[in-house]
Design a protein around this ligand. Sequence first.
Ligand code: GDP
Ligand code: IMO
Ligand code: MG
Length: 423
Amino acid sequence: MNIAVVGAQWGDEGKGKLIDILSAEKDITVRYQGGNNAGHTVVVGQKEYVFHLLPSAILHKGKVCVIGNGVVIDPEVLISEIQGLEKKGIKVSPRKLKISGLCHVIMPYHRVLDGLREKKRKNKIGTTGRGIGPCYADKVARCGIRMIDLLNPKVLKAKLEDNLREKNETFRKVYDAEEYSLNGIYKSYLKFAKILEPYICNTVIYINEQIDKGKTVLFEGAQGTFLDIDFGTYPFVTSSNSIVGGICSGTGVAPTRIDKSVACIKAYTTRVGEGPFPTEFSSRLMEQIRKKGNEFGATTGRPRRCGWFDCILGRYSMIINGIDELAIMKLDVLDELDEIQICTGYKYKGKTYKEFPMDYEMLCAVKPVYESLPGWKSSTYGLQNYDDLPKNAKKYVKRLEQLLKVKVKYISTGPKRDEIIVR
Ligand code: GDP
Ligand code: IMO
Ligand code: MG
């Protein structure tokens, strides 16, 4: 069975942990969008690994990891991630890792433009500054450079020449910033290409042939549904389709071959960067949950904004992604609370809404309508059996199931691999 794992909120739901667990039973794990804006944490024993571009299954022996065409690759970052793992004794051979030749490449000018654009904006997005948006923008504008282009010096040079003519003019005239020399980029990207060449292949053919042979695939979502370029809290989103639908265009695998979709949801809500967040905590709870949940960005280290669980977002996510099963992550973070709120509606100009609004101004102005549940006030940390959960924790899980209309299959109770309840 081929399964999709996606984030149902604003990212950082705990996808890395769940994917590490679920990928143990799959042959291949595939990233399909995003880039090194992602930070997926896997904790095994006392060791913590954070993956930005490598799929979260990379620690498993004998499994194959694929970076699909929908991902944007910063080659320098990818190389240092591969080398970092090898230093820890985990070999990343071309048999283990396959990179699509169609992936677009993040260039130095993308990273710089990301920052310059943010600086100019009054309403900042709070991007990760990794060049993600500008790289995807070039892809759509048909001037992007793909991994396969890095293997052909003539093509690379011609594309770089074209790009730099335009980019340098923009740097000079719009941003009063430094220009790039063709030679510098050309030489360093040819070097990256040499290192990455053995991994580059036609992953569309590879994945589909493996499925034909009966091999199983896990599709690893990055970011979350409300960071999706189409369905998220636009413009405070990332530049790719993080939803299940993004898998097909991001891998070349047809929708009929995705058998099941699992959503990762945090037992509360977090978001990094700017943008509307109706259930955001006020300062006291913010500090408490941030500290307990260690809510600091795995990529940029920024403190994450925290808030109550929002069923308006949650239910919309279930619909958009066609979710079959839920994984509630970080339940243990709520252990000490007297009372837990769930947002079940948005109030706006005297009316209560049950649907996620399309209008940005409305989303900024809505007041959440809460339902209150009693806390369980005891430790769930590390629990592995559903029956061992305190009564009120079960009540919370059941209420989320009712509101989201999807069954909860996994309940995560700590960062480590085995700290999970499977129902
Ligand atoms: P991702 O981007 O969705 O993969 O999530 P991140 O790795 O960015 O953030 C999730 C954080 O929560 C990581 O530090 C995980 O180690 C941690 N984590 C995952 N599941 C649990 C859990 O059930 N309980 C606790 N306390 N921490 C968890
Ligand atoms: P994972 O995969 C949380 C956010 C950024 C910013 C917005 C746009 O770890 O869940 P970008 O650099 O993508 O142009 O930034 O998206 N963002 C994330 N937030 N988790 C992520 O990934 C994110 N990737 C991007 O903070 O608000
Ligand atoms: Mg993350």
